[in-house]
Design a protein. Structure first.
Length: 300
């Protein structure tokens, strides 16, 4: 009729009374746009068994350019290495983002070999070693966001290798555990500027840097502030060896956000007083808060 819009429906002859066939007839890329909004564990444990066309789409690369299984790995009885290896394989070397935890050397090597399109790599609590990082870092040249928090076997050599080859890196997260969790405590709490110096020397393009519980002191922090001039965010909470001495406060003025060694809550940032002493002031400029006031969270 005149003035009425004519609508069309896609008809699939295999459609049953439940309308499943209408979904079966969708283009695989369109189905993938829907499936990527579903948690990976549900895709693999339920959705792929609905019909053959869905199974085919989930088995292909369309759903696995971005792989976020960090939460699944944390509670799954299945090894995180098995999960990651299978999903990276399904991506057909097109994976751009991987977020997982507790990866082994062999799976990290596999990811590096198959993930030449990777721009985001988050592998906290992994057992990857310096030797493996040095061997495969050149394959991660496109990585812009990297999280190697709590990777206890990655040290100065591994960080230097990553900085040397990951020239696109702008976001680094390297948060560690409190020194009292390591043995012996005396050695783990000693000042060690090596990692901070390597970050400063090889990652000058960083914009975002998190180094909670770092063992570096003022020397390492000064190097980072001097050489990483693009930094806008710096988190050094609970870095007990940092005293913010000298002209560090002045060098940090260009930062949009600085979380100092004692900033355990979102209410304050480091500020430098006119008397060249560091104080901890609330973000609204009200009275200073004692820098020795710690706020510990027991939430896991």
């Amino acid at each position: 009729m005149d003035g009425e819009r004519e609508t069309k429906r896609v008809f699939c002859p295999k459609a049953d009374s439940g309308g499943t066939g209408l979904w079966e007839g969708l283009n695989p890329e369109l189905l993938a746009l829907i499936f990527v909004r579903i948690p990976p564990e549900q895709l693999l444990q339920a959705v792929q068994f609905v019909c053959k066309s869905w199974e085919k789409v989930i088995a292909g690369p369309y759903c696995w350019t971005d792989i976020d299984v960090a939460e699944w790995c944390s509670f799954s009885a299945r090894s995180s290495n098995t999960i990651v290896r299978r999903l990276v394989c399904r991506s057909g070397d097109t994976v751009r983002m991987l977020s997982a935890c507790k990866l082994s050397n062999s799976v990290f090597s596999y990811v590096a070999d198959c993930g030449r399109c990777l721009t985001v790599l988050k592998i906290p609590m992994s057992g990857v070693t310096d030797i493996i990082v040095e061997k495969h870092a050149k394959s991660l040249s496109k990585v812009a966001v990297l999280d190697i928090s709590h990777c206890l076997n990655i040290a100065s050599k591994g960080i230097r290798a990553l900085g040397k080859h990951c020239k696109s890196l702008v976001h680094l997260v390297r948060n560690m555990e409190p020194p009292e969790l390591h043995w012996p405590y005396e050695r783990s709490s000693q000042v060690d500027d090596c990692e901070a110096m390597d970050i400063a020397d090889t990652m000058p393009g960083l914009c975002h840097l998190e180094l909670q519980y770092g063992r570096f002191g003022d020397r390492g922090l000064d190097a980072i502030l001097t050489k990483c001039l693009s930094l806008t965010y710096l988190g050094i909470e609970w870095c007990s060896n940092v005293e913010m001495g000298g002209d560090i406060g002045e060098k940090s003025d260009h930062l949009d956000e600085l979380w100092g060694p004692w900033d355990a809550t979102p209410y304050g940032l480091w500020k430098l007083d006119t008397e060249d002493t560091v104080s901890f002031r609330s973000m609204d400029g009200s009275s200073p808060v004692s820098p020795y006031h710690y706020c510990w969270s027991l939430d896991w």
